[in-house]
Design a protein around this ligand. Structure first.
Ligand code: PLP
Length: 358
């Protein structure tokens, strides 16, 4: 029987998957929300849904983030839908470097040509983007996958000004915003730009459960309207309607915020366990949010690491082919409890070249 995507490999502590820790999935709370949604909405919870998503959910999103929203089957689906709406095969799109590696096939499936935007340790450097027309720019500016970093405020402002000047559309993947462990998350590009030239995509995959397949697009009312007119939506109605009304109940009842507090405490503890086990041996930043450490170790350690019972994703996967990342690895602290993360770090460090050789 195969039910889930993750495949446990006996003897391996896997820091490769950006998946939630199973014990942190809100099975009991979701079941309460589901029963309540069925009680409140009755048969309306089970029929075809309103094209943009049920208003109890889109209104909750608007109250939290401002603007107009379209409910999707997750952030990946949001990116695929926007790609189908805004591009044609052969168009160029700019991507951050490094960036979320699984966005690449979503974009190339649509026949797009990917080009890295100029970036340094702080992220995209708008002063170095050539003004060549791209259909859009994709980036994860807040608690990024894979670096855990956030684009500094001045860069955010400069990027928005560049986009405005050049008529460049920015797709801001804001999947990790609510997983903040220190202070508050920086303002979204979308919010800073007042929705002008920026489209924001979000997800409940990391903050509630990936299996919901539920996320959203924050956009102008006219873009939301165009999304509702897609043949796919016209034919099938609002995306994941029954799950979306349950999410509306989960959100408006306060269960979402209660759950977030629990998640932030747990993932902060997991982050700290991994960071403190690595720090005596390797320089590592402790991200203020998200799920990932971007560690300066060579990706070609992977086969030896797996023989010694630990796995990760080599850094070059987060760049376009041949463009870098060989000296970095991505470790996810989301899946395993603190003690397992400490043990994983111990296994990894045993294999790491001494500091002077790096
Ligand atoms: C930056 C980023 N965007 C999107 C996704 C996928 O989101 P979803 O499960 O909502 O499709 C992930 C998951 O790893 C991610 O890290």
């Amino acid at each position: 029987m195969r039910v889930i995507q993750f495949e446990a490999r006996p003897g391996i502590l896997d820091l490769g998957w950006g998946h939630p820790r199973p014990e942190l999935l809100p099975t009991a709370e979701w079941s309460v929300a589901q029963a309540e949604a069925l009680r409140v909405f009755g048969w309306q919870a089970l029929t075809y849904g309103y094209a943009a998503g049920p208003s109890p959910l889109t209104e909750w999103l608007a109250a939290r983030h401002g603007g107009s929203h379209f409910v999707t089957a997750g952030a990946s689906h949001a990116l695929a839908l926007l790609t189908s709406l805004l591009t044609k095969p052969g168009d160029t799109v700019l991507v951050d470097a490094p960036t979320y590696h699984l966005a690449f096939p979503i974009l190339t499936d649509a026949g797009l040509v990917l080009e890295s935007a100029p970036a340094d340790e702080d992220g995209i450097d708008p002063s170095r983007i050539s003004s060549k027309k791209a259909a859009f720019l994709y980036l994860v500016p807040t608690f990024a996958n894979p670096t855990g970093r956030s684009l500094p405020l001045e860069r955010r402002q400069a990027l928005i000004e560049f986009a405005d000047r050049e008529g460049l559309i920015i797709i801001e993947d804001d999947t990790y915003r609510d997983l903040v462990y220190e202070g508050t998350a920086p303002p979204s590009l979308w919010e800073m730009a007042g929705g002008h030239n920026v489209i924001r995509i979000g997800s409940f995959a990391k903050t509630v459960a990936p299996g919901l397949r539920l996320g959203w697009i924050s956009a102008t009312p006219s873009l939301v309207e165009r999304l509702t007119r897609l043949g796919y939506v016209h034919s099938g109605g609002g995306v994941n309607h029954t799950t979306a009304v349950t999410m509306a109940e989960f959100a408006t009842s306060g269960a979402y915020d209660t759950h977030l507090t629990r998640l932030r405490d747990a993932y902060r503890t997991q982050r700290d366990a991994l960071v403190s086990a690595l720090r005596p041996h390797v320089e590592v930043e402790s991200p203020a949010g998200g799920w990932f450490l971007w560690v300066p170790l060579p990706g070609d350690l992977l086969p030896a690491a797996e023989r010694h019972g630990v796995s990760f994703v080599p850094g070059d996967r987060f760049y376009l082919p041949g463009e870098g990342g060989h000296d970095r690895i991505r470790l996810s602290f989301s899946l395993l409890p603190p003690a397992a993360l400490t043990e994983a770090a111990t296994r990894l460090i045993r294999l790491a070249p001494p500091r002077a050789d790096r």
